[in-house]
Design a protein around this ligand. Structure first.
Ligand code: BGC
Length: 445
C-alpha cells in the first residue's frame, strides 16, 4: 500500500537539511576566516574531482530562492549549519557582526515565510586557526566549543528553538583524524581517539549551554547510524562485526546515555582512557530533547588482518551485488527500521528524528527535467520502514531529506548529487527533480 502523509500524523515534522560548507560558498566574504575544509579542499588531490567549494550553491550570496523552493515543495522545516568561521573568525574572542547579520537575515526570512529554522552548531568546518592548535585532538576544544555555542545560542535563541549540537561525530573524527580522507587530513589513531572523546564531551557541554540559553528550546544532537550485519555466522566475522559496530555506532551514543564506552566488545578501545579525566563520565552524559538519526546504508562486516587493532573491515556493497547509490553505499531501507528500534531502546531517549536521509545518483538534466525514479522509490521505501517503526511505538517524530539542492559532497566534490533540486553549478540554475515534485504531491496530500 502507498504511504501517505496522513499515515505519519499531523504533528510529524517534515524538513530538508543542508550544511554551511556544502552550500554557502563565499568562503572569504565579510570577515570570514578559513575553516579546515577551506584549507583541505584547496590541497591538490584532496577532492576526488579536483573541484573546490568557493562558490558551492551560493547560499551565502542569496539564500532566498532556496528557502522559497523548500516552501514550494511543502517542507516547513529547514535545517542549516552555522559556519563557526563567519561568527568567530579567530575561533574564540571577538565576534564578527557581519557573520551574525547573515544568519539573522536567513532566520528572519525563514520565519517570515513560515519556515521553521533548525540550526546545527557544528557540521565539520572547524576554524583552521583552532586546528593549528591541535583542533579536536586538543582538550582545549571543550572551552572553544563551549564559547562558540554560548555565542550562537544567545544570538539566535530568541527565534530559533530547534538546535542540533553536532553533526555525526563519528564521521568527522574518523575521516578527519584517522583515515585522513576528510579535513584536516590527519592519520593518527591517537588523534582520532582524543578527538572522539572530546567530541563526545562537547556534545554534553554544548547541550547544557544550549538548553540554558534557549528559552523553550528543543535541543538535540545527531549520529551517523549504520545497520550492520556479519558476512556470515562464522565466529571471527561476528566478533569483527561487533568491533565495527562498537566503533561507528556505540562509541558515540553510549557515553551520552550513560553506558560508557563499549570496551567489552572491543577491548583495544581502552586506549581512549588516556584522554579521560575524572569527571568526564558525568560531563558527557546529557538528556537531549531529541536524538537525530542520520541513516543511509547497511554495512556487512568481516574479519580482516587490515586494519590492525580492529582486525575488521566491511565487505563493500559493490562486491555484494546489491543496489547502491553512486558513492557505493548500499540502498537498504529495512536498516532504517532496525536502527530506529535500536536507538529508541537506549535509556533516556525522549524522541528520535531522522535528521538526514537521502541518495546520490547520476542525475541527468534533459528538457528542463530530471527523471530520478530510483530516488522516489528510495524515499517511499525508507519512509515505509520509518512508519513501520513508528507504528510499533518508536517515538520517531520527524524526517529531514538530505538534501534540498545538489551540493558539495566533501571529498567527492559535486559528482554526488543528493538534492531534490538539480543545480547547474556553473550557472546556479535550479531545476526541481521529479523526486522533488513527488514530495510536493506527497506533502500536500
Ligand atoms: C553528512 C552530510 C553528507 C551526507 C552524504 C552525512 O554523513 O552529514 O554532510 O553530505 O552524509 O554523504
Amino acid at each position: 500500500m502507498e504511504i501517505t502523509k496522513k499515515d505519519f500524523g499531523s504533528d510529524f515534522t517534515w524538513g530538508v537539511s543542508q550544511s554551511a560548507f556544502q552550500t554557502e560558498g563565499s568562503v572569504f566574504a565579510d570577515g570570514k576566516s578559513e575553516s579546515i575544509w577551506d584549507v583541505f579542499s584547496a590541497k591538490k588531490g584532496a577532492i576526488k574531482t579536483g573541484e573546490n567549494a568557493l562558490n558551492c550553491c551560493e547560499f551565502y550570496k542569496d539564500f532566498k530562492p532556496d528557502v522559497l523552493l523548500s516552501q514550494h515543495l511543502g517542507f516547513k522545516n529547514f535545517g542549516h549549519s552555522l559556519a563557526w568561521t563567519r561568527i568567530l573568525p579567530n575561533g574564540i574572542g571577538s565576534v564578527n557582526t557581519k557573520g551574525l547579520d547573515y544568519y539573522n537575515r536567513l532566520i528572519d526570512f525563514q520565519l517570515e515565510n513560515n519556515i521553521t529554522p533548525w540550526l546545527t552548531i557544528y557540521h565539520w568546518d572547524l576554524p583552521q586557526i583552532l586546528e593549528d592548535k591541535g583542533g579536536w585532538a586538543n582538550r582545549e576544544i571543550l572551552n572553544w566549543f563551549g564559547e562558540y555555542t554560548d555565542v550562537v545560542t544567545k544570538a539566535f535563541g530568541d527565534r530559533v528553538k530547534n538546535w542540533k549540537v553536532i553533526n555525526e561525530p563519528s564521521a568527522f573524527c574518523g575521516f578527519g583524524y584517522m583515515t585522513g580522507e576528510h579535513a584536516p587530513g590527519k592519520k593518527s589513531i591517537f588523534k582520532y581517539l582524543a578527538a572522539a572523546h572530546h567530541a563526545n564531551l562537547c556534545q554534553g557541554i554544548a547541550g547544557r549551554i544550549a538548553q540554558k540559553n534557549v528559552k523553550d528550546g528543543h535541543v538535540g544532537t545527531s549520529f551517523a547510524t549504520f545497520h550492520i550485519e556479519p558476512k556470515n555466522q562464522n565466529f571471527f566475522h561476528r566478533e569483527a562485526t561487533e568491533r565495527i559496530d562498537a566503533t561507528i555506532n556505540r562509541m558515540f551514543i553510549e557515553p551520552i546515555v550513560g553506558l560508557g564506552y563499549p570496551y567489552k566488545e572491543f577491548p583495544a578501545m581502552r586506549m581512549i582512557e588516556k584522554y579521560i579525566k575524572n569527571d568526564d563520565e558525568k560531563l558527557i552524559q546529557h538528556d537531549f530533547d531529541f536524538v537525530g538519526i542520520q541513516y543511509y546504508c547497511r554495512l556487512i562486516g568481516k574479519f580482516s588482518l587490515f586494519p590492525p587493532v580492529a582486525f575488521a573491515n566491511e565487505v563493500p556493497a559493490k562486491e555484494r551485488n546489491v543496489p547502491m547509490n553512486n558513492m557505493g553505499f548500499e540502498i537498504f531501507p529495512e536498516g532504517l527500521y532496525h536502527v530506529l528500534k535500536r536507538y529508541a531502546a537506549y535509556p533516556k531517549i525522549k524522541k528520535l528524528l531522522v535528521t538526514e536521509n537521502g541518495v546520490c545518483l547520476d542525475d541527468l538534466l534533459g528538457n528542463e527535467q530530471v527523471n530520478d525514479p530510483i530516488r522516489i522509490q528510495f524515499y517511499k521505501d525508507y519512509l515505509a520502514q520509518l512508519l513501520r517503526a513508528k507504528n510499533e511505538g518508536v517515538p520517531i517524530e520527524g524526517f529531514f531529506c538530505w538534501t534540498l539542492t545538489d551540493n558539495f559532497e566533501w571529498w567527492e566534490g559535486f559528482k554526488a548529487r543528493f538534492g531534490l533540486v538539480y543545480v547547474d553549478h556553473q550557472t546556479q540554475k535550479r531545476t526541481i527533480k521529479n523526486s522533488g515534485l513527488w514530495f510536493k504531491t506527497f506533502l500536500n496530500s
